[in-house]
Design a protein around this ligand. Sequence first.
Ligand code: NAD
Ligand code: UFG
Length: 340
Amino acid sequence: MNILVTGGAGYIGSHVVVELHEAGYNPIIVDNFSNSDKSVLKGLFEITGKEILLYEGDCRDQKFMESVFSSEDIHGVIHFAALKAVGESVQKPLEYYDNNVGSLILLLTLMKQYKIENLVFSSSCTVYGQPDSLPVTEEAPKKPAESPYGNTKQLCEEIIEDTFKSGQQIKAFALRYFNPIGAHHTGNIGELPLGIPNNLVPFITQTAAGLRDSIIIFGDDYDTPDGTCIRDYIHVMDLAKAHVRSLEVLNRMNQSHYDYINIGTGNGHSVLEVIQKFELANSASLNYNIGTRRVGDVEKVYASADKAKEVLGWQANRSLDESLRDAWNWQQKLRDSENA
Ligand code: NAD
Ligand code: UFG
């Protein structure tokens, strides 16, 4: 079965491509490489032993996307392609709405035209803002988005739901990811932030590798046990598996369907804990300083993972230590390949 993976050259998409291949699917990547590098194809080949089919182009380009849909017999779509930097979205809201919302609308239109039913959409726990109670369940109300990026995820979920309600034959899950970290255990693919990383774990690994002097912890005066923010960090390969499970469940359904599901571990860890666990797991020491709070950060959020277990038969298996070891292994391999 051919599965179209938009944004399949990106961080999460590339790991899902591996998992799809292993589960017997035939992933087909569409990517414009606006936030990824072609070297990922080499990493995918090293892991899968297969040249993954790639269509290079923009998901908002109707002619290009029509050529993809008319050339391939597509059984399902996983839609990762999006811009994802929260701060940048405040500076460039129109680019975010255009890319994230525009690409979904075109995709849903083509899915209708080509009678493709199965869709897995990358959503985010950002839709909850700061939840009133934890762990956060899918029933928690969505809060007004903190950023245009967050708003695109809320809008995209609503667009899929409205499409489902309109009677279009569609079977879709919006997966609300918590904080994906880590890399494939081989270190052949991983997260490749362009420029200075925004996210905690790439910042940690780049600091350990000597590419950055020190990490700034964004605030230690939150109402948490050590004062730093709490998140639910999930290994990217566990996250990848949730996509394969989603497709399997959608495949078995014979009626239109739409639902949204948390994809997290159910455990919260503070920024300080992550730094300390990284040091222990990798026998490394990190320079860090306490800085001021980052605008828009929520204090604490972690998932209720019950619905994912119930609906998808999925749960995260890998520990935070394993995630941090794999993240470091990837960073070291990157450094070695750059020095080679
Ligand atoms: P990423 O930037 O590594 O991957 C996105 C990929 O999409 C990139 O390869 C990029 O080149 C491509 N792309 C972007 N716009 C495109 C377009 N218009 N046409 C074709 N290709 C395009 O990001 P990621 O971390 O892998 O995230 C994947 C998805 O998961 C995104 O939708 C993101 O919003 C969502 N998400 C990510 C996180 C996270 O922390 N990484 C958390 C929650 C949700
Ligand atoms: N942090 C630091 N220093 C840094 C980077 C991060 O202290 O240099 C802290 C943040 O303040 C936060 C925690 O580390 O408390 C995690 O921050 P990340 O930027 O790694 O992740 P976020 O939870 O802020 O956001 C991520 C993605 C969003 C997505 C969200 C929910 O960046 O796109 O997870 O899925 F919406």
